[in-house]
Design a protein around this ligand. Structure first.
Ligand SMILES: Cc1ncc(COP(=O)(O)O)c(C=O)c1O
Length: 488
């Protein structure tokens, strides 16, 4: 790994720009691609909710990248030398050293996953009536702040929610809005400012170092703490290196250290950043560390494991060092860009520019004939699964809630997210998906809407069940058979 070299790229003689896997696959897991009739039956069994599909019926699982990333050979090897002990495990000290080297943070509190860090941070810093300004929320983050009596204020820029954009840093905070929010609430009511790297819910979009620097200066001038959620830091680092002027020749480690130098504390989900499971809270501030330290044994486990197994701790230590490898952090964004640019060039509606988490189809435009009240994003998720065996996640009105009068609160955008677990899928698999999405787009008029059969009152998208309105699924399957013959 040469961290000081300028960006390395491989050019194809043909001129075609395709991403290249910078690893070889040495342990594999068998996949099933069941016939379309079986996929149709599986979708009816799952109540048209991709969360309820069984993995044996799924070809490419693009529901999420959380806990589904591929580990490296060195991570797997490290797991076999783990030191099992409740307190003082040698494995823990390797991880603590990795946090110090990779993040340049002196103090580390281990937790069993990202939301456990959010639980502890919110419990300590968020009091009833307080606000947490942030670039964008994540579901568990918001819930933990609200359960402590706090409120969130999202201060994203106008570009952030645009479907079509070429703005390179959609994850930035709007500086004017930040000033206004601090003025409106008063400094004493601001628990801390939260900056999320690679903003999950707006498509893995990064913030720039310049924006972070400005936000940090404002926070410091008011004596407000700045917290960073580094769960999706890999891809944010990648985008700063390739998109932000002045960073092309800066080693990844230095970019990361500069980012964290602007913060007071940070936390991460190891299910994402280190391709393992677990997480942690990091800081260089002893007082901040001491405020949270005693909650770890109460909620997570002793300070040298925090709810993680020693095997995961070993793998996490290695995974954190691998975050500094440009080949590792560039894999997902380059594959996502390949799919997004290819679909975009064919006129298929996707969020642009490509982010670092997945490809987001704009279901509202893809099947504009399906009214929003009939859940276009959910219908498209079902149609993509039936046509390809690929499972994505509805991010639209089904993921929203009802108001007090019982009416649906329509989502700002109806998206189907196809997440890219890191280093898991090959280019031919992505090309297969691209082909099936094209076929679906050509036949989009066949896709219809959905209606509820079982609707839970809270978090309905996880376990709720729906059914198709009319017989559109039968028509879609019949057209597939007419076009593809006996193909899977
Ligand atoms: C940005 C971000 N923060 C926090 C979390 C919560 O982490 P975990 O799922 O490990 O609890 C996630 C999970 O997806 C995330 O994407």
């Amino acid at each position: 790994m040469d961290q000081t070299a300028p960006l390395k790229t491989v050019k194809f003689h043909s001129g075609e720009a395709i991403p290249l896997e910078m690893h070889k696959v040495r342990v594999v897991q068998k996949l099933n691609l069941v016939p379309i009739e079986d996929r149709k039956a599986a979708m009816f069994d799952a109540g048209f909710n991709t969360f309820l599909l069984k993995n044996k019926d799924v070809f490419l699982d693009m529901l999420t990248d959380s806990g589904t990333n591929a580990m490296s050979d060195n991570q797997v090897a490290a797991m076999s030398v783990a030191d099992d002990s409740y307190a003082g495990s040698a494995s823990y000290y390797k991880l603590e050293k990795a946090v110090q080297d990779v993040f340049n943070q002196k103090y580390y509190l281990p937790v069993h996953q990202g939301r456990a860090a959010e639980h502890i941070i919110s419990k300590v810093f968020v009091k009833p009536g307080m606000v947490v300004p942030m670039n964008y929320h994540f579901t568990t983050t918001k819930a933990h702040i609200e359960i402590c009596g706090g409120t969130i204020e999202e201060i994203y820029t106008d570009e952030a929610l645009k479907i079509k954009s070429d703005f390179p840093f959609k994850g930035n905070m709007d500086i004017d809005k930040l000033h206004k929010v601090i003025e409106k609430w008063g400094v004493d009511k601001v628990a801390y400012i939260r900056f999320e790297a690679g903003t999950n819910l707006i498509g893995g979009q990064p913030f720039s170092m310049q924006n972070l620097r400005e936000v940090s200066a404002i926070a410091k001038s008011h004596g407000i703490k700045l917290l960073m959620d580094t769960s999706l830091i890999n891809e944010n680092l990648y985008f700063i290196k390739i998109r932000e002027a002045g960073y092309q020749n800066v080693p990844i480690k230095d970019i990361l250290h500069e980012m964290l130098s602007y913060t007071d504390f940070s936390y991460f989900s190891g299910r994402k950043v280190s391709c393992t499971r677990g997480g942690g809270i990091c800081t260089n501030d002893h007082a901040i560390y001491m405020q949270m330290r005693d909650l770890v044994p109460l909620f997570e486990g002793f300070l040298t494991y925090g709810g993680m197994s020693v095997r995961e701790i070993e793998a996490m230590a290695v995974g954190l060092y691998e975050t500094l490898d440009f080949d590792v952090i560039s894999h997902s964004p380059t594959f996502i860009k390949y799919l997004v640019d290819s679909l975009d060039s064919r006129g298929i509606p996707v969020i642009t520019p490509a982010g670092g988490l997945g490809c987001h189809l704009d279901a509202g435009a893809f099947i504009s004939h399906v009214p929003q009240g009939q859940y276009p994003a959910g219908a498209l998720a079902a149609a993509v699964y039936i046509a390809s065996g690929v499972r994505g996640m509805e991010r639209g009105t089904i993921s929203s809630v009802r108001d007090e009068a019982g009416n649906d609160v329509l989502a700002d955008v109806e998206l189907l997210r196809l997440a890219f677990p890191r280093r898991v899928f090959t280019l031919s698999q992505i090309k297969y998906l691209e082909d099936r999405i094209q076929w679906l787009y050509d036949n989009r008029k066949l896709i219809g809407g959905l209606e509820w059969t079982e609707e839970p009152p809270v978090l309905r998208f996880f376990v709720g069940k729906l059914k198709p309105i009319g017989d559109w699924v039968d028509k879609l399957v019949a057209k597939f058979r007419a076009d593809f013959g006996d193909s899977l």
